[in-house]
Design a protein around this ligand. Structure first.
Ligand SMILES: Cc1cc2nc3c(=O)[nH]c(=O)nc-3n(C[C@H](O)[C@H](O)[C@H](O)COP(=O)(O)OP(=O)(O)OC[C@H]3O[C@@H](n4cnc5c(N)ncnc54)[C@H](O)[C@@H]3O)c2cc1C
Length: 383
């Protein structure tokens, strides 16, 4: 067993950390206040490799190992939840299905563009107004083969990046009979006639990460825009979400780390009853719990990433990592506000924003309840 990052991973971590400290963290407050996406920093991410984390180098990506990919998202989360979510969704949801399943032609057409920072980002639309956790039973958006095209009708909800994306990978029903082999993934360029992206949702947090309802009215794309095999979309989605869970877990570790650092700094400056907050045991215990839980979450995430890298099953471990890290981030950022007292409730301090951003993490890419179901199923079947 080896509990250290290797030399390459350490250098990568430092590179990403320094970039985030310079380009992302200083803008986090402003992009939250103005609900704008940080394009300036995103454009600069292409050359570093942050827009093509798991895209193979032959298609313009960085092709880093799974632990390095998690490190990158953790560092982005430390800097800014909104930016991190957009980049995590781009990599984990918006490009992974193409890298894993798409034809050579689709890979060459889209991956170099979105990995470089010259183009816009990628996005994935699974969720619908009437279907989130239960995609198999609930997806109503349908695609019909007519001549050499797919014709798509329906609507999707909560699509991260839709307005800043080149394309939306859309989960559609291609077999009306239903069942686990009735869904497919189809790539829909965002400039396709009939595709309508609604204004960004007004959210509690993550305001610099645009999220949209998307409607499809007789949207026509070539048959070749199918990703992978027809009617294998559910299987492809579940595999994509396994990777996405590592990413959301890593992002949560980064959010918690930022809240914890802010709490430490504040607790050393603020005095009550004649001494710094940091010298009161109640405050120390909150900090000790935060340090312990952040470390535990990080190890769970690294282990899931390592299993993924080794090509071994990792669904259960990714679900455990996401479940623990996301709930941990909420506790740690909640306590960071407590340590700041009244100032923690103010937008002057970052912990208020981090708490709002962290709240999404137990919901997006599979709720905590869904993670527990995945874990329980495997525990009961296999262990
Ligand atoms: C900011 C944001 C960004 C998002 N980005 C994307 C994106 O890019 N692409 C995308 O496709 N989706 C995205 N989503 C959607 C997200 O993945 C879904 O909201 C999530 O999967 C939950 O689905 P739902 O909202 O339909 O909740 P529902 O499935 O309706 O669940 C509601 C509640 O019931 C619980 N529940 C449901 N079924 C069960 C059960 N069998 N047993 C116990 N409890 C159950 C759930 O855990 C939850 O607490 C995003 C959402 C948000 C808020």
């Amino acid at each position: 067993m080896y509990f250290e990052l290797n030399e390459e991973q350490r250098m990568w971590q430092k590179t990403v950390h320094d970039f985030v400290a310079a380009e992302v963290k200083p803008k986090a407050r402003d992009i939250d206040e103005t609900a704008t996406f940080n394009w300036d920093a995103t454009r600069k991410m292409g050359p570093i490799g942050l827009l093509g984390l798991s895209i193979p180098e032959e298609y313009g990506g960085a092709g880093v190992d799974a632990i390095s990919a998690a490190i990158a998202i953790e560092e982005l989360g430390w800097g800014c939840g909104s930016t991190a979510l957009a980049i995590a969704a781009h990599n984990g949801l918006g490009t992974a299905p193409i890298s894993l399943y798409a034809s050579e032609e689709l890979k060459k057409r889209w991956l170099p563009l979105v990995a470089s920072g010259r183009g816009k980002l990628g996005s994935l639309a699974l969720t619908e107004p009437g279907a989130g956790s239960d995609l198999q039973g609930g997806v109503r958006t349908r695609a019909e083969k007519v001549g050499n095209e797919w014709i798509i009708n329906g609507s999707k909800m909560w699509c991260t990046n839709a307005s800043i994306a080149e394309y939306i990978i859309t989960l559609v029903r291609t077999n009306p009979a239903g069942g686990s082999r009735s869904l497919s993934m189809i790539l829909v360029p965002t400039n396709t006639p009939g595709l309508r992206i609604a204004p960004a949702e007004k959210k509690m947090g993550l305001k610099g990460s645009p999220t949209h309802e998307v409607t499809y009215e007789d949207v026509r794309v070539p048959l070749d825009n199918l990703i992978g095999e027809a009617n294998r979309g559910l299987h492809q989605t579940l595999a994509t979400l396994d990777g996405g869970r590592i990413s959301i877990g890593a992002l949560s570790v980064g959010l918690a780390q930022a809240a914890y650092e802010a709490a430490i700094e504040y607790s050393k400056q603020r005095h009550t009853f004649g001494k710094p907050l940091a010298e009161h045991q109640a405050i120390q215990f909150m900090l000790a719990d935060a340090a312990t839980e952040i470390e535990a979450a990080r190890l769970l995430i690294y282990r899931a990433a390592w299993l993924k890298q080794e090509g071994r099953p990792y669904s259960k471990e990714a679900a455990m990592g996401k479940l623990y890290a996301t709930e941990m981030a909420e506790r740690v950022s909640r306590n960071a506000i407590q340590i700041h007292g009244g100032y923690g409730y103010s937008r002057e301090y970052p912990v208020e924003r981090i708490y709002r951003d962290a709240r999404l993490m137990t919901i997006g890419e599979g709720t905590s309840e869904m993670q527990r179901m995945v874990i329980a199923r495997q525990v009961l079947l296999n262990d």
